[in-house]
Design a binder for this molecule. Structure first.
Ligand SMILES: Cc1cc2nc3c(=O)[nH]c(=O)nc-3n(C[C@H](O)[C@H](O)[C@H](O)COP(=O)(O)O)c2cc1C
Length: 202
């Protein structure tokens, strides 16, 4: 690794942290951790949906989901994904491309334990891969698991947990100037250093 690892100009995770906290302080943006996850489906098409970023650190970005959901199945077949943060009210976008791995089960247990009871029951009642014919089916499943776990701690279903996205490319787009958006693009090199390119487009 290079000595300048903590220099914001050469370290995209530092850059991300700086932008994240800046956006978090922005009055009009409530959910700074809302991101669009794009996967490549088994049909070969990309597909997007919103998920919540629950952790970011030097090693990447973590979100939680059902491993048997459509996105989970897509990731099993094709581990390359993209994340998009739309912070347009703060004139910022971040686009990340990377590879995805399941986090260790004890880490998923730890996060699952911290969730409210309703969310825990929701994970048991809906595997996300199934298309339930009516809301009634979901409600009766919730009631079933509510009875099953009454006065007991609710364990994490094994099909539910976290994914870590390890970034390979991180692009920061500053859209504050109307006709010239500044892109700062970092690409991971073979020696684990980051190559940075800056350019304008619109
Ligand atoms: C604000 C918001 C946050 C969401 N966060 C998550 C999340 O963290 N994990 C998740 O699995 N689904 C989350 N969802 C639901 C997903 O967008 C999606 O509908 C669901 O996971 C099924 O996606 P799939 O069938 O493509 O796998 C969220 C939805 C919204 C509107």
């Amino acid at each position: 690794m290079h000595d300048d690892i903590f220099d914001v100009n050469h370290n995209p995770m530092q850059h991300f942290q700086q932008w994240f906290y800046k956006v978090e302080q922005h009055n009009s943006i409530v959910e700074v951790n809302t991101m669009t996850l794009s996967t490549i489906g088994i049909d070969g098409y990309p597909k997007n949906r919103i998920v919540l970023l629950k952790r970011f650190a030097w090693d990447g970005f973590t979100f939680f989901t059902s491993y048997t959901s459509e996105k989970g199945i897509a990731i099993t077949h094709h581990d390359k994904v993209s994340l998009h943060f739309d912070w347009r009210k703060a004139h910022k976008q971040v686009i990340i491309q990377g590879t995805t791995t399941k986090i260790a089960s004890n880490l998923s247990d730890g996060y699952f334990d911290s969730r409210p009871e309703g969310s825990k029951l929701g994970a048991w009642a809906s595997k996300q891969s199934e298309t339930l014919s009516s809301k009634k089916v979901l409600t009766s499943r919730l009631e079933h698991y509510n009875r099953q776990f009454k006065n007991k701690s609710i364990p994490r279903p094994e099909y539910w947990g976290g994914y870590l996205v390890t970034p390979m490319v991180m692009e920061f787009i500053d859209t504050s100037s109307v006709r010239s958006h500044l892109h700062e693009k970092y690409s991971l090199q073979n020696d684990y250093s980051w190559k940075k390119e800056s350019f304008y487009n619109y």
